[in-house]
Design a protein around this ligand. Structure first.
Ligand code: ADP
Ligand code: MG
Length: 313
């Protein structure tokens, strides 16, 4: 049964010239190009925690890879290879087929090869390890933000949180918002373009303010965000600011990049992102010498979110 599932996976797994040995042996053999650093990230998705239980298998597959690609994007790395650990409640050939549809569609877009994994029986859980490459010295880190740097965010945060809120309320969910929850777009090209340009970077998975807080903590600085600068998608713009701001500032699952760069680099940032044709970024605030992250209302008063960000425990 398990071997049948592995065979299904192996038959569809894409290759790459640098995969010396892929699925089928005790381990994979990968040829790291000379002079490059290996970048490794792992993320687990549990049913009911990281995706609604009723999520389509193809969307689970997409998201499992997307969240890992997003971590590599936040490091400025080029994705290359991944491994996949699947814990399945039953034999589930149909689930695996659907899962691979989404997983491999996204893998193909980024030329990522699935080189191995593990298949076990248990509660539905998916774990992916992503391997990528970066030029020495060019990786983006959480540490590095300097006082006076601009704070930027790619795309439009808050869409996934708005979709989740509607789902949890049993309300109708806007299709474009739902797509952002189920099929987030990892900002891989943006991360590559920002390598060597941004002073610090993180991907927004637990909420913009919370994740910017990690940049601040690692960099030994503080930050102030102006709420009226937060970019909103057309679908999100229909909500009033009191509803929209908490989703944009503290909602999870955005998988946008939040990064900092010296003000002198503004044009470089805009041009580098424009050259990718992927996504633009918006300046939303400034790094300062305080500690922690503050958010400011348009009238200059401090804004206190009801929920500071997603907490796993
Ligand atoms: P072992 O007992 O040596 O770990 P397995 O039967 O678990 O062997 O795996 C056999 C091969 O199939 C290995 O190459 C492994 O990487 C691959 N494999 C197992 N499960 C998966 C999976 N979910 N996705 C991709 N490859 C897998
Ligand atoms: Mg195994």
């Amino acid at each position: 049964m398990e071997f049948d599932l592995i065979a299904r996976i192996r038959d569809r797994a894409p290759g790459r010239a640098d995969v010396v040995l892929g699925i089928g042996d005790d381990a994979a053999l990968l040829q790291v190009p000379p002079g490059m650093q290996l970048v490794v990230a792992m993320d687990t998705l549990n049913a009911g925690v990281h995706f609604p239980v009723a999520t389509a298998p193809a969307d689970i597959g997409w998201k499992a890879l997307a969240v890992n690609l997003s971590d590599l994007a936040a490091m400025g790395a080029q994705p290359a290879w991944c491994t996949l650990s699947l814990s399945l409640p039953e034999a589930g050939a149909a689930f695996v087929d659907g899962f691979l549809d989404g997983f491999l569609e996204l893998a193909a877009r980024h030329d990522v090869s699935l080189v191995g994994g593990d298949t076990t029986r248990g509660p539905l859980s998916v774990c992916v390890t992503m391997h990528g490459l970066v030029e020495p010295g060019r990786a983006l880190r959480r540490a590095g933000a300097g006082v006076g740097d601009d704070v930027w965010v790619t795309g439009t945060p808050g869409d996934a949180a708005a979709a989740l809120a509607a789902l949890q309320a049993g309300a109708a969910v806007d299709r474009s918002l739902r797509a952002r929850l189920d099929r987030p777009t990892p900002r891989v090209a943006a991360g590559r373009a920002l390598a060597g340009v941004a002073s610090a970077c993180i991907d927004v998975s637990d909420g913009l303010l919370a994740d910017l807080g990690h940049i601040c903590a690692a960099s030994g600085v503080g930050a102030c965000i102006e709420l009226d600068r937060l970019p909103a998608s057309p679908a999100l713009s229909r909500f009033k600011p009191d509803l929209r701001w908490p989703w944009q500032a503290t909602g999870g699952d955005d998988y946008e990049l939040c990064f900092t760069a010296p003000a002198a680099q503004r044009e470089t940032v805009v041009d580098a992102l424009a050259a990718t044709g992927e996504i633009a970024a918006t300046r939303i605030g400034r790094i300062d010498a305080s500690t922690g992250v503050r958010a400011q209302c348009p009238d200059g008063t401090a804004w206190t979110p009801a929920m500071p960000g997603y907490r796993h425990f």
